[in-house]
Design a protein around this ligand. Structure first.
Ligand code: C2E
Ligand code: CA
Ligand code: CA
Ligand code: CA
Length: 278
């Protein structure tokens, strides 16, 4: 049964490209963007709340458009999710992230990098095989690749999704539920999914600890994760008050501007080394 109260907090996604013509023009140039190196990934750290130590990174897509300037993913991803272009974009993000994992590993930085996956990717025949081939190509362990999947994606075709996810966990790939609390996930299915992490949506996190409704949702999500024997991560942690609140209620991990904004690969590497003064 969907949580009605959770829906009241649903994310607001600004619609920055307004006209249809502009929309089509942007999509038409996406293919060229990939060929022309206009796409890149930024990396945002995830840290362990109790220790402040780094846990991993999330790869976030950036499009440096030649005329429109830097476009946030929400300006183009939702528009291509129903088309095969999303596969081209996801392939780009996966390849780029795998390349980065391998390059950081050679430089002595070993940590899981998470890539955002759309519903269409998940149910695309051969996706798990593609991931297996990619891990082999870059000689990286599945444990260093994490896939972030939204609740909506998981609910589209539950049986096939479970099958696909099980194949991915056989490769030791880490599976996380993204934007937790904003979808219609039926809680009774959650335990059937081979997930390692619940990422609590920032719309709830940001309202803590002042908003009692948000607090109870975040606490319930942490309890749910722990009852499943997995970790809870809070997204969008912007200040120390929220950070301490989360640590006190036993949330495991945090991600947000307080720790760091998304950084280029080089900035991320430098940020990591500045942590312990090495
Ligand atoms: P998401 O997966 O929920 O990613 C978190 C978003 O919150 C990111 O926005 C991140 O920059 C932002 N964020 C992180 N910390 C804070 C904070 O403390 N405060 C605030 N206000 N925001 C914070 P971004 O980078 O604009 O990405 C937006 C969405 O685009 C992502 O949401 C994800 O759904 C999608 N996306 C990003 N990269 C990819 C990709 O490679 N493939 C696909 N399919 N989707 C992607
Ligand atoms: Ca995500
Ligand atoms: Ca999220
Ligand atoms: Ca989101």
């Amino acid at each position: 049964v969907a949580e009605k109260s959770a829906l009241d907090y649903a994310d607001y996604h600004p619609d920055i490209i307004r006209s249809t013509e502009e929309n089509l023009a942007v999509l038409g140039s996406l293919q060229k963007a990939i060929e022309g190196n206009q796409l890149s990934l930024d990396y945002q750290p995830k840290v362990t709340l109790a220790t402040g130590l780094i846990y991993g990174a999330e790869a976030l897509l950036r499009w440096n458009h030649p005329t429109l300037g830097p476009l946030p993913p929400e300006a183009f991803i939702p528009r291509i999710e129903q088309s095969t272009l999303i596969q081209v974009v996801t392939d780009f993000s996966l390849e780029q992230a795998a390349k980065q994992v391998s390059s950081w590993q050679r430089a002595g930085l070993e940590l899981p990098v998470a890539v955002n996956i759309s519903t269409r990717n998940l149910l695309h025949p051969g996706f798990a095989d593609q991931l297996a081939a990619m891990l082999e190509r870059y000689t990286i362990d599945g444990t260093l690749l994490e896939l972030e999947i939204t609740e909506g994606a998981l609910m589209t075709d539950m049986e096939r999704t479970i099958e696909e996810l099980n194949r991915m966990t056989q490769l030791q790939i880490i599976i996380s539920i993204d934007d937790f609390g904003t979808g219609y996930s039926s809680l009774q299915y959650l335990h059937r999914l081979p997930i390692s992490l619940i990422k609590i949506d920032q719309s709830f996190v940001r309202r803590c600890p002042a908003d009692k409704g948000a607090v109870s949702i975040v606490e319930a999500a942490v309890t749910l994760a722990h009852n499943m024997g997995i970790k809870a991560l809070a997204e969008g942690v912007e200040n120390a008050t929220v950070y301490h609140f989360l640590r006190d209620i036993g949330c495991d991990l945090a991600q947000g501007y307080l720790v760091s904004r998304p950084l280029s690969a080089d900035e991320f590497f430098n940020w990591y080394h500045s942590l312990d003064g090495t």
